[in-house]
Design a protein around this ligand. Sequence first.
Ligand code: HEC
Length: 88
Amino acid sequence: MKKLLAVVLMSTFALAGTFAFSASNADAKALFEEKCGLCHSIDRPLAKNKDHEGWKRTVDRMMKKNPGHISEAEAKTITEYLAAERGM
Ligand code: HEC
């Protein structure tokens, strides 16, 4: 019985973990689409592959084009998102 409970608990946590991940990934995607689609289409970054450092530099550069539009925290989320989706 204890064993069964452990299995049920473990699968519940595993499921919760999956949902938490997909929710935050969806948030990052929405943030990216909102912030990076302002001056050009999001196809511009999506057409490229860069490593983490490359995306960090690009996002940094884009931030400076319109100061205040993208916060440090948002830049970090977008950098992680792009490095994962369009890494190399
Ligand atoms: C304030 C306007 C503006 C915003 C906001 C903006 N961009 Fe740009 N972006 C530009 C302009 C202008 C260019 C073309 C000139 C250049 O490359 O500097 C460009 C070019 C690019 C390029 C092609 C050049 C390269 O470095 O590979 C990429 C990729 C890119 N942007 C990604 C992004 C991403 C990712 C975001 C969101 C974090 C973003 N942009 C937000 C204005 C913007």
